[in-house]
Design a protein around this ligand. Structure first.
Ligand SMILES: Cc1ncc(COP(=O)(O)O)c(C=O)c1O
Length: 425
């Protein structure tokens, strides 16, 4: 339980008044700072902009006998499928290389399930009286919004440092109306947790009541270490196959935070049967994806080893920002019992669990002082954090000096909100 370390209310009141002065001083600076979304910084975009110079020669556009400039190869260029297979540790035949965003492929899988059904059950989800979807929370708001937009009931599952609470997941999947779960297995958004081996194995060995239960395995941060070496991760596709449910999982990734967000390439990796099924359905909505961009990416990124080298350069830009965020959280907030956080080694976020009942107020104060953050509640299904506690910090975009100022504002606001509440209570 959170309690004040101040000896008495008077002392708390004095500290609060001092903090108000600090807040007013920061506010008068007329700041306009943004820590709301996980976007790479300009430095990171500049780092990879040589890619724009690849494919200048007509002859370079032809690969393995295929002209990337023309229609065809709906599941992606052979070299692009090989590239992703090496990165994810699966087979090229288990990959489908799409367009500029993995979120699109995720949306499509849910949408096809809704309108046409999935490989193991052609009964479309729209025919079900109720579809429920598991949402590990805190989690990624855009995942939750996809399943909310189809009218599914979203069920929050608590996140632990080892991944979603698997006892709860195993219990909930006994309900045939539960059709799937969102997962970010490595450097989860927003807490930066990596699922333990046990969690991954329990996922692969799930025995859900619904035959078309689907694990949406969004491996968005699979190569995004900013501290230490690349950490290998298990291939969920072969694990599900070995456990006897090869069609239960769809894995996703993209180069959004390797090259250009919104102008990268994406992948869906799953069983060959699922690839065949989805390719048929996707072939109705498009003739082929942007293979010129696929080839540009493969020529530039080359292979896994070369890509991991590039990720080290991203890490050199990212690490000081995360260090600063964590250092400021420690300096300003530790020992007061008003906030907790995990120090991630990769991904794009730091998640602060503020004193329950103070997240909204903290962000309201930040906004008034010119600092934009991801809305309180965004980390939970329906945008409602029942504890009003989780706050996502996205340190990647601002230059370090701006980030330091934004963190000063944030820590000031969080303390103000906590002390305000303690004084009221
Ligand atoms: C977990 C997660 N998945 C997916 C995305 C978006 O990926 P894409 O640009 O490939 O759609 C993000 C972006 O922040 C993310 O955090």
């Amino acid at each position: 339980m959170i309690a004040t370390s101040c000896k008495n209310k008077e002392e708390l009141q004095k500290n609060y008044e001092k903090m108000i002065q600090r807040y007013e001083a920061l506010k008068s600076e007329g700041l306009k700072l943004d820590m709301s979304r996980g976007k790479p910084s300009k430095l990171q975009l500049d780092l990879v902009s040589d890619m724009l110079g690849v494919l200048v020669d007509h002859a370079q556009c032809i690969v393995d006998g295929c002209d990337s400039r023309n229609y065809g190869e709906l599941a992606g260029l052979k070299c692009a499928r090989e590239y992703w297979a090496e990165l994810l540790g699966c087979k090229p035949s288990q990959t489908f290389v799409g367009g500029n965003a993995s979120l699109n492929l995720m949306y499509d899988v849910i949408s096809k399930a809704y309108t046409h059904g999935l490989t193991d059950s052609p009964r479309p989800w729209c025919r079900e009286e109720k579809v429920k979807f598991l949402c590990p929370a805190p989690g990624y708001d855009r995942h939750f919004r996809i399943t909310q937009s189809f009218g599914f009931e979203l069920i929050a599952v608590e996140m632990t440092p080892d991944g979603p609470d698997m006892d709860t997941v195993e219990r909930l999947v006994q309900d045939p109306a539960v059709k799937g779960i969102w997962c970010v297995p490595k450097y989860s958004n927003p807490q930066g947790y990596t699922y333990s081996e046990d969690t991954v194995n329990r996922f692969a060995n799930l025995k859900p009541a619904a035959p078309d239960f689907t694990i949406m395995w969004d491996n968005a941060y699979c190569i995004h270490e900013f501290v230490g070496e690349f950490e290998p991760f298990p291939d969920i596709i072969s694990l599900c196959e070995a456990a006897g449910r090869p069609n239960m999982v769809y894995e996703f990734a993209s180069t959004s935070k390797v090259t250009f967000p919104g102008a990268g390439i994406s992948v869906m990796a799953t069983s060959e049967a699922n690839i065949a099924y989805q390719t048929k359905l996707l072939g109705v909505q498009t003739i082929s994806y942007d293979k010129v961009n696929q080839l540009r990416h493969v020529r530039y990124l080359k292979d896994k080893a070369h890509t991991l080298e590039l990720m080290k350069k991203h890490a050199a830009i990212m690490a000081p920002k995360f260090e600063m965020v964590v250092r400021m959280l420690k300096e300003e907030l530790s020992g007061q019992n008003i906030a907790q956080w995990h120090t991630p080694k990769g991904g794009y976020f730091v998640c602060v669990a503020a004193m329950p009942g103070t997240a909204k107020r903290t962000l309201e104060l930040c906004k008034e002082a010119g600092v934009t953050m991801t809305e309180a509640g965004a980390t939970h299904p329906y945008g409602i954090d029942p504890q009003d506690s989780m706050i996502r910090i996205a340190p990647s975009l601002p230059p370090i000096a701006e980030l330091e100022k934004a963190m000063q504002v944030f820590c000031t606001c969080l303390q103000l909100a906590a002390w305000e509440k303690m004084l009221q209570d």
